[in-house]
Ligand binder design. Sequence first.
Ligand SMILES: CC(C)(COP(=O)(O)OP(=O)(O)OC[C@H]1O[C@@H](n2cnc3c(N)ncnc32)[C@H](O)[C@@H]1OP(=O)(O)O)[C@@H](O)C(=O)NCCC(=O)NCCS
Length: 156
Amino acid sequence: MKNVILEKLETIPFSIKYIEDVSEIHFQVHDGWSMKSLISDIANTATQSFVAVYDERALAFCSYLVTDDAELLFVCTHPSYRRMGIATKLITDSLAMLPQTLNSVVLEVRSRNRGALEFYKTLGFEKLGIRKDFYSTPKDDAIVMEKTRHGVKELN
Ligand SMILES: CC(C)(COP(=O)(O)OP(=O)(O)OC[C@H]1O[C@@H](n2cnc3c(N)ncnc32)[C@H](O)[C@@H]1OP(=O)(O)O)[C@@H](O)C(=O)NCCC(=O)NCCS
């Protein structure tokens, strides 16, 4: 099943068509975005967001704030479809769809989110530093990670 899904998985820009699927995923994730935030994200011209779609259903979501550089704001996969390579494909494809003039992509992740830290490492993100007590509920440090332009190009 994993290979069937990966073969047919498509990365496309997030749109209102997938709002219910994406809202359901966010509802099940810590720090997930509300339906209102997701609708604002679609309208926000400073962000570029993408979904991984299989059989007309969005199984994963990611969003970048794009200026001179890019910040990966969030990535999440539906809990029933994790460890299948879906987020890897979504991030790899979406990085290739961002402007090629970008120097780097940065992100912040909770220090206790070991799964996400591992995930980002497999994609070539490297630790830049720590922001002490950056998160509340629960309190946690943020690990700042970066993938350089060279790394982004490697993914293409
Ligand atoms: C992090 C997350 C997006 C990964 O999505 P995914 O579709 O399961 O990721 P992939 O299947 O592409 O994982 C690729 C590799 O990353 C690593 N990885 C992913 N999740 C992991 C976990 N929970 N623990 C350890 N390593 C993990 C593994 O090396 C994995 O390869 P493997 O399955 O062959 O061992 C998903 O767990 C998620 O939605 N988490 C909740 C939201 C979140 O914390 N987002 C990040 C902060 S914004």
